[in-house]
Design a protein around this ligand. Structure first.
Ligand SMILES: Nc1ncnc2c1ncn2[C@@H]1O[C@H](COP(=O)(O)OP(=O)(O)OP(=O)(O)O)[C@@H](O)[C@H]1O
Length: 585
């Protein structure tokens, strides 16, 4: 029950629905066991006892019982559903909240399909048990209790014989649960793998087609699908063995009753109608017992699902606010790194080694270096997406961890190499970081990002709704919208991470011209591979395998004959010359 106890905070507030549903269920069960008694009465009193004049009253009584049972069944079902629906509404909200606060570390290893499957299928499986399964367990308990009560009233020895069979049924049920629970957990896992595969495939369809990997992808899917199928078959096998075993034990019970009860009637110790009522009651107990397998199924499924939900809820939120963080300040943008060493969780190499620099407010810092040199890692630490292993990252003289995360990040504007735009209007995309921005401010940000002109030419202008991931815009246009989005929050620190590498030279020159103006008064970090992007920076930092190997202005670095920057400069300058001479391939 650990899983259910730990998720109690979500369903317990709605216990009133559960209690009312259970009370309705008590009435349903009580009214159900009246049927066999009426059957016995009809045989013994109306037919054998010659009291046919009571027939009309008996029928009327039965109709009332049926109507009442219908009413209570409705209440039981509806209130049970309300209990489940409201509870998982809370669970879903909590999961989504948790996903928003989980650190980047979590997303480095998380798979979208798996998370989707948890938020959709696992939450649903949990709801199903709360709505239906829990009531069925109680239904079983109540029917057994009521049924036995009536049985004991009819005939004590016969009732005790029925009771003797119960431990055998319980053993079968217990063994079944032990085997079926892990099998269901495995089904859930393989379904999540399958969903992940489909999701990745759809997202990466361009790459799949460009590399003609359709057959390879189909093969991988078939493999995962086979795994899912086999897990289902394994569970179906466990499942199929269970029913005959249960039915066999139930039938043994019936045979014993038939023999012993028949003898009691023949011997005159029992009325035939009573034996008939007994037989109906037996099935009221044996049938739900046999279906306890189904109930255990929903229980096992929901427990497995609950465990997967708890896995997300238990994820540590390791980057969180300190007790009294600095809130709601406009930062000046003085960024300092003091001997910062950083290593990503689970990695055995440092991404940054003893990195130090001092970026004065309003200055521009260029960061260069080969792929994997640690350029992006620097910006991740400024925004406190990760915590450094050693050293200090300071903004305006205080460690970044002293600031409220929202305050810190709302002072930083990011423009990434592959901008992510939401499937919403352009207006909503630009004002995403500041939803209260006025239309004038949105247009102003777009103008400064050199995006206003092309947005105006779109059929619905700023109200144009984009497709998924900004579909409908070219790479350069998406980039300009994302620059407008970064400017809209009026950040004091601007980070351009390879922001112009995906656009053509002409667009780059245009964006750079626009950027020069918007960089005024903001501390700007430009990560780039092209010298032209960082040339005007106040300081350029050159990284190699996480270490700062050179620093200085463009002029200073170019003067270093054998320096890394000079080498890049020579290559790019040579390229430029070749282009000018028309020799480039
Ligand atoms: N989330 C992560 N988890 C584990 N290792 C990472 C992660 N991000 C980066 N790394 C590793 O840290 C090192 C520095 O990566 P970083 O992204 O900072 O390099 P970069 O200079 O920005 O590279 P690029 O020019 O390719 O963007 C690399 O070795 C990389 O493999």
């Amino acid at each position: 029950m650990g899983t259910f106890r730990r998720l109690k905070q979500f369903y317990w507030p709605y216990k009133k629905y559960f209690v009312m549903s259970v009370v309705s269920l008590v009435f349903v069960t009580a009214l159900t066991v009246i049927y066999p008694l009426i059957l016995g009465f009809t045989v013994d009193e109306l037919i054998l006892g010659d009291r046919q004049h009571l027939l009309a009253v008996t029928v009327a009584f039965l109709v009332i019982v049926m109507l009442l049972k219908g009413l209570f069944q409705y209440l039981q079902q509806y209130l049970g559903e309300l209990f489940g629906i409201h509870s998982v509404y809370e669970i879903r909200n909590e999961l989504y909240r948790k996903l928003q606060v989980l650190p980047f570390r979590f997303y480095d290893n998380a798979r979208t399909g798996d998370l989707m499957s948890r938020l959709a299928q696992d939450v649903e499986a949990f709801r199903f048990f709360l709505s239906m399964g829990a009531a069925q367990v109680l239904n079983f308990v109540l029917l057994t209790a009521f049924g036995f009560g009536v049985m004991l009233y009819l005939n004590v020895s016969l009732a005790l014989i029925t009771l003797a069979v119960m431990p055998f049924l319980a053993v079968v049920v217990y063994r079944f649960d032990k085997r079926v629970h892990p099998a269901f957990l495995e089904i859930r896992r393989s379904l999540a793998r399958l969903t992940t595969k489909v999701q990745e495939n759809v997202s990466g369809m361009n790459t799949v087609k460009a590399l003609s990997k359709e057959d390879f992808e189909i093969d991988r899917f078939v493999g995962l699908n086979a795994d899912y199928r086999d897990n289902h078959i394994k569970t179906a096998d466990i499942w199929a063995r269970f029913f005959p075993a249960m039915e066999f034990i139930g039938n043994v019970c019936v045979i014993v009753l038939l023999a012993y009860g028949g003898w009691l009637v023949v011997d005159g110790q029992m009325q035939p109608g009573e034996l008939l009522a007994f037989f109906s009651l037996i099935w009221y107990i044996v049938m739900p017992l046999m279906h306890i397998g189904f109930v255990l199924n929903t229980y096992s499924q929901s427990k497995a699902a609950g465990e997967r939900l708890l896995e997300i809820m238990d994820e540590p939120e390791d980057i969180r606010n300190i007790a009294e963080p600095i809130r709601e300040v406009r930062l000046a943008g003085h960024v300092q790194f003091e001997n910062v060493t950083h290593r990503y969780p689970g990695e055995d190499q440092n991404a940054l080694q003893q990195v130090s620099f001092d970026a004065k407010p309003g200055s521009t810092i260029g960061i260069m270096g080969a792929t994997g040199a640690g350029k992006t890692s620097i910006t991740q630490l400024i925004a406190r997406f990760y915590e450094p292993k050693q050293g200090r990252v300071l903004i305006d003289g205080k460690p970044v961890s002293d600031y409220d995360l929202k305050t810190l990040r709302s002072n930083i504007g990011f423009v990434l190499q592959e901008p992510f735009l939401f499937s919403a209007s352009i207006k909503a995309n630009i004002s995403y970081g500041r939803p209260d921005a006025t239309m004038e401010e949105i247009i102003d940000a777009a103008k400064r990002a050199d995006a206003h002109e092309f947005i105006q030419e779109l059929p619905d202008g700023y109200d144009t709704v984009l497709g998924e991931r900004g579909g409908g815009l070219s790479g350069g246009q998406k980039q300009r919208v994302s620059i407008a989005r970064a400017l809209c929050v009026n950040p004091s620190i601007l980070i351009l991470d390879d922001a112009t590498s995906a656009v053509d030279m002409e667009t780059e020159v245009k964006i750079q011209a626009a950027m020069r103006e918007v960089m005024e008064g903001r501390t700007t970090f430009i990560i780039a591979h092209r010298i032209s992007s960082v040339k005007h920076a106040d300081e350029i930092i050159v990284l190699d395998q996480g270490k700062v190997v050179e620093r200085g202005t463009h002029e200073e670095l170019v003067r270093m004959e054998h320096g890394a920057y000079r080498r890049i400069y020579d290559i790019q300058f040579q390229d430029h010359e070749l282009v000018m001479q028309g020799k480039a391939v």
